[in-house]
Design a protein around this ligand. Structure first.
Ligand code: NAD
Length: 257
């Protein structure tokens, strides 16, 4: 079995379920030691770690609430301790900023508190996680953000979420220049509708799922693995010459008027 990330260390935020879990599993299958970050559910993260370990991979769980003001400090305190214990250093190679929230609320119905929370989890945290992570990332490392197709085609019923994914695409470009000086690539993957708890209203309701498929070139509901494969490519040697890009993986959603 090929293990292209053997000897590498990866940190995946929000990896206890959904797309983040699939990414953690994929990077571990490729040979990386994976930090499985979770927000609230340690037990879910422990199940992900156990599943990876059962398949011969290596992983550990770290908890931090990214809605909290000091969430990023908490994350790296746990990460540093665990990585140090396993490798004698706090360096790593692949950072995947996946954690996010997507509450449904129109522009009119969005409260100030909801706006602040979406900003904190979806923009402020990935910014600070990457700023702090860059101090630990080895040269030729990888940063991958999980953006969204909503930047190109917004969902008005999730107005603040749609608006606040756009900064991720811009951050990707800014950091590709900044971290390119150290041969670190920085890219974003923008999923369309993927069958996770976050998108249950689209993916798991039969009528909504038909509507989603009607907008696509490839007529099926996307699965977490569809995104993990793209992240695996960007994290691996094959992705070495790709940087500053937002790769949409949406089965060709909204290609025609
Ligand atoms: P999900 O809700 O299943 O997973 C989100 C993850 O983020 C969870 O593990 C959760 O614990 C974590 N998280 C949320 N708030 C947190 C907090 N305060 N502190 C720490 N962790 C927190 O959703 P998903 O579909 O797997 O989403 C993963 C990524 O994919 C997100 O960035 C999302 O915006 C993006 N995305 C998803 C879809 C989709 O259709 N599912 C489409 C486009 C983009």
């Amino acid at each position: 079995m090929s293990r292209p990330l053997e000897g590498k260390i990866a940190l995946v935020t929000g990896a206890s379920r959904g797309i983040g879990r699939a990414i953690a599993q994929r990077l571990a299958a490729d040979g990386a030691l994976v930090a499985v970050h979770y927000g609230k559910s340690k037990s879910a993260a422990d199940v992900v770690v156990a599943g990876i370990t059962a398949k011969g991979g290596a992983a550990f769980a770290i908890g931090a609430d990214l809605a909290a003001k000091d969430g990023v400090k908490t994350l790296y305190a746990a990460f540093d301790k665990e990585v140090q214990a396993r490798t004698g250093a706090t360096k790593f190679d692949v950072l995947v900023n996946n954690a996010a929230i997507a509450p449904f609320a129109t522009f009119e119905a969005t409260t100030e508190a909801a706006l602040d929370e979406i900003y904190t989890v979806n923009v402020r945290s990935p910014f600070l996680i990457t700023q702090e992570g860059a101090k630990r990332l080895r040269d030729e490392g990888r940063v991958v953000f999980i953006s969204s197709g909503v930047v190109r085609t917004p969902v008005p019923d999730a107005a603040a979420y749609s608006i606040l994914k756009a900064p991720i695409d811009n951050l990707t470009k800014v950091l590709a220049v900044e971290l390119g000086q150290r041969s670190i690539t920085v890219n974003a993957v923008a999923p369309g509708v993927i069958d996770t708890d976050m998108a249950a209203a689209f993916a798991r309701d039969p009528a909504a799922a038909e509507f989603v498929k009607s907008k696509q070139s490839l007529k099926r509901i996307g699965q977490p693995d569809d995104i993990a494969e793209v992240v695996g490519f960007l994290a691996g040697a094959g992705g070495r010459w790709v940087t500053g890009q937002v790769v949409e993986a949406s089965g060709g959603t909204g290609l025609v008027f």
